[in-house]
Write a protein that binds this ligand. Structure first.
Ligand code: ATP
Ligand code: BTN
Length: 264
């Protein structure tokens, strides 16, 4: 039987975490959309928005994200970066993926990988996606809305025909009973701790340890018809992906709108 979420259960499960206001939606368009609106009005640090259903859940460039009520987790956390953090803003895109990896590893004792920049893979299949969007008001950054969608229970991963990359859910990879609220707590706790380490060398090292397709050929597509092929070498301190191109030169690619695919 699937456990439904509600505001009380959510607050109880997250007790003790240093969160701001917690919003729960039975149904909303997208927790990122709502988060951007709340951030623009002036949100508390670590305001959390959780939805059971999203009618317009999104990935990058307006692509669709599928949330299965009762089986997925869909939430957004509003972070208000300090001046020092703003100079490392690109790393915020990696933070969510790494926090989900750590949470899965601790919860289920299984290995995870990140498909650059921030898709979480289990056994080569996508189990979580992260969409970090900034809310700018002129020159001022009102907040970063870190949206996280995770396939946890059976029925949450869309079938092959509906996604452009094979998808899976956590429960299919572990005998440990996955429970949505305790898993949400685990991810948020990791995010809060990891954020404090975002400017340390260890942060990128830890990310790189989980980087998928190292030494393997991949293609990056821009979505506007441009593409680059090469072998993955790693990531730079600012999160850019390093590739060895066919002509033997090295090139780095910024986190943004590039989509990565393994070759073959
Ligand atoms: P991709 O996941 O195709 O590599 P990406 O990392 O750029 O692309 P986005 O395009 O931002 O990610 O994410 C949306 C994509 O994720 C959709 O195009 C769809 O193929 C896929 N998707 C949607 N819902 C899910 C889900 N619940 N689980 C796994 N993948 C999903
Ligand atoms: C991706 O795969 O690249 C990003 C997917 C992000 C999905 C989450 S679900 C919660 C939040 N609300 C959204 O509309 N998107 C993010």
């Amino acid at each position: 039987m699937t456990e439904t979420l509600n505001a009380e259960k959510l607050k109880e499960a997250l007790q003790g975490l240093p969160l701001g206001r917690i919003y729960f939606f039975e149904e909303t368009d997208s927790t990122n959309e709502q988060g951007l609106e709340i951030a623009a009005r002036g949100a508390e640090e670590l305001t959390l928005l959780v939805a059971e259903r999203q009618t317009a859940g999104r990935g990058r460039l307006g692509r669709k994200w599928v949330t299965a009520p009762g089986a997925s987790l869909a939430f957004s956390l509003i972070l208000k970066p300090s001046k020092a953090e703003i100079s490392h803003l690109s790393l915020f895109s990696l933070l969510g993926g790494l926090a989900v990896c750590r949470a899965i590893e601790n919860y289920a004792q299984i290995a995870t990988q990140v498909k650059w920049p921030n898709d979480v893979l289990l056994n080569g299949m996508k189990t979580a996606g992260i969409l970090a969007e900034s809310c700018w008001q002129g020159e001022q950054l009102a907040g970063v809305v870190m949206g996280i969608g995770i396939n946890l229970l059976p029925g949450s991963a869309p079938p092959a025909g509906e996604v452009l990359y094979p998808a899976t859910c956590l429960q299919d990879h572990t005998p440990v009973k996955v429970e949505r609220l305790s898993f949400l707590r685990a991810v948020l706790a990791q995010l809060i701790v990891l954020r404090q380490q975002i400017m340390d060398e260890n942060f990128i090292q830890e990310y790189t340890r989980r980087l998928a397709f190292v030494n393997q050929p991949v293609t990056l597509n821009s979505g506007q018809g441009d593409s680059w092929s090469g072998v993955v070498l790693g990531v730079q301190a600012d999160g850019q992906l390093r590739l060895r191109l066919a002509d033997g030169t090295e090139a780095s690619f910024p986190i943004g709108e590039l989509r990565l695919r393994p070759e073959g």
